[in-house]
Design a protein around this ligand. Sequence first.
Ligand SMILES: *Cc1c(COP(=O)(O)O)cnc(C)c1O
Length: 237
Amino acid sequence: MSIAENIARVRQQIDRAARRVTRNPDQITLMAVTKTVPPERIREAYAAGIRWFGENRVPEFAAKVDAIDRSDARWHMIGHLQSNKARRAVDLFDAVDSVDSLPLARKLNLRAAERQKKMPVLIEINIAQEASKSGLGPDSSAFEDLLTAAPELASLDFQGLMTVPPYSENPENSRPYFRKMHELFDAIRHRRLASVAMNVLSMGMSHDFEVALEEGATLVRLGTAIFGERPPVRSNR
Ligand SMILES: *Cc1c(COP(=O)(O)O)cnc(C)c1O
């Protein structure tokens, strides 16, 4: 299957999943995740209409960014970001969807201010509180502290939440986590916190995005379903 065919297929799947729960498919964002994907295949996805892209690692994106025509595409950092790469991330990316600590948020804010940029961000939640994953615990004081500090972080634009639930072959196993994320998202929105908007709920990957959409995701992040299987990873950083 070509990349264009894969994209057409996932758009149909998104459409059907949205309609099952009477949501408007036009309000759902499809992000293509391009880790390990070379620029020529990224260009194919762009030609097939993709405008939202996600990358996991700053050095990998830095190495291929010059071969990519940015034009009207949006590039989001979606992997764990070390504070010492905050400046590079602010320079390279249009948004950081994986803000997982207040110190990182402060660093990004400082670097964005230096560049006179307002950086859109999502807060990453470790919804199952897995030791192996980054992200803030949904009930943690660190999460609360970050929400409270948002008004001081004037160069960041807090737009919502992101999560990666525990992997399971069966996408139904992700459903309780997606549901919990949606509840958290709604609860925070209802608090109407200063400088914290809750418009984006980024959850769902190739194997479980239909369930994520049924449970309220506004943005799904698809790699394998668009570009095919990735080579095995050597390291997760
Ligand atoms: C790799 C990755 C994805 C996409 O994963 P697929 O299973 O290939 O769709 C989505 N989100 C994050 C944070 C990722 O690291």
